[in-house]
Design a protein around this ligand. Structure first.
Ligand code: DAH
Length: 370
């Protein structure tokens, strides 16, 4: 027993050192072969040479592959250590080869320069996108209204003249048509007059659609894209976003309108914002108002966005009885309020953007800031 113990004690260290030598040798070999491959890569002139090199080292019978196969002869303790090293080197080499292959396949003429430059560079970073400021603010406002029990409805951007104008008391001969310079769409001559199409000029086009579909009581908002044939400047663009709101029920009055608007503004700006209510004319509300806020870009002094220190933010009013009737409800029984918020304006106020055209410009220097 004793003898056997002694023997094993003696034999073991000897084996260990053989194995240590073996694994140290392997470490060296792996590192050397990596250096050799990277050095040879730099000497490549032609794409064919690249493919030969890849085969010579990383192919099924390649030198590097063969070397990694001998890991299995190491001891249980050494195998994971050397295995890990071999794997790391393999990944690194594969990355270098795959980068180069990408360059070759993209057809770079000065392959050699690319190779010298790129040989050990990491593969391209994958960029992750993010929401556009319009979407960020729209989501925020939608959340506020959802918390007040409003449903959120989408609507067509290519809208009929009927819903965009006629249901809202703007008949074809009404001077209010001039208030919105519209993109009219050529339609087939078989289209009925009421089916003529326009790019919707406002989200109010959803008012009667919503009443028709859901009746009363109704609390809904309609966020979305609108279009007008504008001469563009710092505060006008041909494409912009609005968020329309509509509440229909029995006994709805201006107090309901003011309460909802105040809750909204307090939530959006998270601070006291000065507001003013002026009379405003819109054919589909009676009475109609303009709710202005003190400009948050210049602090009310006057700037390129606001002009005189006030920004028209929320035109609103009590829904005109005819509109309620157009939706199929009895205006004697139901009343309501509506508002059409300039979502794009709100985005500009929140982030201090002084030119509306930046929002649609697609300029990454701008968009990446959000
Ligand atoms: N649709 C109007 C526009 O774009 C804005 C508007 C005014 C909407 C009054 C409303 C409202 O709901 O009550 O100019």
């Amino acid at each position: 027993m004793k003898v056997f113990n002694n023997l094993s004690n003696r034999i073991y260290p000897v084996r260990e050192s053989i194995n240590n030598n073996l694994s140290n040798g392997m470490k060296e070999e792996l590192k050397n072969i990596k250096e050799k491959i990277l050095a040879e890569i730099k000497k490549i002139n032609l794409p064919e040479e690249f493919y030969d090199l890849e085969k010579k080292y990383l192919g099924r019978k390649g030198e590097f592959t063969k070397l990694t196969k001998s890991i299995k002869d190491l001891t249980q303790e050494q195998k994971p250590i050397i295995g890990k090293l071999a794997n790391e080197i393999k990944i690194e080499l594969e990355e270098v080869f795959s980068n180069l292959k990408g360059n070759i396949e993209e057809g770079f003429d000065d392959l050699k320069n690319r190779i010298n430059f790129d040989a050990t560079i990491q593969s391209k970073k994958k960029e992750v996108g993010h929401l556009h400021p319009n979407t960020i603010i729209q989501n925020e406002v939608v959340d506020i209204f959802s918390s007040m029990g409003f449903m959120v409805l989408d609507g067509p951007e290519l809208e009929s003249e009927y819903y965009n104008f006629e249901t809202l008391n703007v008949l074809s001969t009404h001077p209010a048509r001039d208030m919105q310079d519209t993109y009219f769409i050529k339609t087939d001559k078989n289209f009925k007059k009421s089916e003529k199409l326009v790019l919707r000029t406002h989200t109010s086009a959803m008012q009667v659609r919503a009443i028709e579909e859901f009746g009363a009581p109704l609390r809904a908002i309609f966020p979305g894209k609108c279009f007008r044939n504008e001469a563009t400047d710092a505060s006008h663009d041909n494409t912009f976003y609005q968020l329309e709101g509509l509440m229909i029920d029995k006994n709805i009055s201006i107090s309901n309108l003011v309460a909802v608007m105040s809750t909204l503004l307090a939530e959006i700006f998270k601070k006291d914002v000065k507001t003013r209510l002026r009379p405003g004319y819109f054919p589909f509300v009676e009475p109609g108002f303009e709710l202005d806020i003190n400009c948050l870009i210049c602090g009310g002094k006057g700037c390129s966005v606001c002009g005189d220190g006030w920004v028209e933010l929320i035109p609103c009013g009590l829904v005109h009885p005819q509109v309620i009737k157009n939706g199929g409800l009895d205006p004697q029984e139901y009343s309501g309020f509506a508002f059409g918020m300039g979502l794009t304006r709100l985005v500009m106020m929140r982030y201090g953007i002084n030119d509306i055209r930046l929002l649609q410009s697609g300029d990454l220097r701008f968009t990446k800031q959000f």
